[in-house]
Design a protein around this ligand. Sequence first.
Ligand SMILES: C[S@@+](CC[C@H](N)C(=O)[O-])C[C@H]1O[C@@H](n2cnc3c(N)ncnc32)[C@H](O)[C@@H]1O
Ligand code: SF4
Ligand code: SF4
Length: 454
Amino acid sequence: MEKKFKWGENVRFLERDDRIIIVNLGTKEFVKIKKEALKYLKKAMEIGVKNVLKEINNMEKNSFIGLIEYLNKRGYITTSPSENKTFKKIKYTEFPKIAYYEASEKCNLKCRFCYANPDIQHHCYIGNTFLTKKIITKLFELNVVYLIFSGGEPLLRKDLFEIIEYAKKKIKFVGMTTNGTLIGKEEAKKLKETGIDYIQISIESPEEKINDKLRGKGTFKKCLEAINHLKNANFRKEQLYITATITKINIDTLIKFSDFGKRLEVETGLSFFQPVGRAFNKNVFALLKKELIKFFFEKLKKQSKLYEPNPDCLNIPDQKVTSKIIPSLKNYCGMGFKTLGVKENGSVVPCHLFFSSNDFIIGNILDKDIVKKLILFLNSIPSIDEIHECKKCDIRYFCCNGCWANVYWHHKTFNGRNPYCEFFYDYFSSIIWNLGEEKETERIYLALSNLTNF
Ligand SMILES: C[S@@+](CC[C@H](N)C(=O)[O-])C[C@H]1O[C@@H](n2cnc3c(N)ncnc32)[C@H](O)[C@@H]1O
Ligand code: SF4
Ligand code: SF4
């Protein structure tokens, strides 16, 4: 007897006009088919493939068989009796591999857009070396692979070099985000001796005036000096990053940011301004949808590559099927399952964007049951299909509601739509729903996937 197939448990559907996208959340792939093809697939699940083939004209028979073979091979459908038929909410079971450690709550600067923005005068907690080493050891035991020292300003800690050196003995990749203003010749040398893998310096623009407007007078020059010291201390190009946060104030100058990085012989990175933590009410920095789109599309023009056909692409006459592996298109922020925030005293927060909040402490990293507490927290976050405003959205498995910190600070609950929704909707729509329909969009898709991981 013919074996009937059923959907894999991580499969979901999106619908627009006469097209269906079948998403496999397990493998992070998707396939675009005609609605009619879905109708035949569903029918085949009820009455068997052989019977359905009787209803399909000869021209399309081979296409349909090809589609079924393809879907089976890639795990969209299964004939295995052990796999569950019902679609399950994805459960989190693993501890994140990336941890941000708030090495110091304090900072020597007062950047206007900062989500942490801790005052140096303010009586902040300063961790001790012993406690920090215990925290690092625990992160190692929990199999953390990347540890990033952040803050506040990590270089305010007198024991910074000692704790980085300690971390390097335990954790595979260790990095640091710094404002760069406290790195002189001596500090650069000591940092090199710690074995740190990379250093990210925050600088907001290739233009001194714009950077200083956001970070404070004199900071641009100090950052450039720090980069020189680090290079002289033999940090290689790929170990040094400059990063800027895209705001209303600097956006016009950031199109030249990667050229700026090339001139300085360092890597570059960009991230969105997030109205979170102490930056929650600072709307003056937030970008409008049209500003974001203009920015990303201008960047595209510089970066776009020609589309190369994917060997996995099935071109079934009249039943166009397109498949792509989409991790870079997926807007999952990774909060709590890829990345985690650990405050100076070991308090665990969902990610570094919650450093300034005491309302969101999941537990202490040294707690015996911290993994259980984290998993409980993660499973309490609604899935995209449970968020009222997103559950019917036809790009929701790609957008995934973006940055959760952003959502939380905006709504004071995770059950709401991302404030950048409009931008995500246009951005993902133009890629996902046009992909495979015309050359130009495929070209854009490829270029976009090389951009940023926002
Ligand atoms: C909070 S700082 C801590 C490390 C260090 N003091 C520095 O400035 O790099 C970490 C990074 O977050 C960025 N940042 C600060 N406020 C932000 C916001 N509201 N949205 C997005 N990124 C922000 C900073 O520019 C910096 O690159
Ligand atoms: S962005 Fe960094 S340097 Fe600026 S105030 Fe925040 S913590 Fe300090
Ligand atoms: S935030 Fe907006 S674009 Fe993203 S899934 Fe929700 S409704 Fe769709």
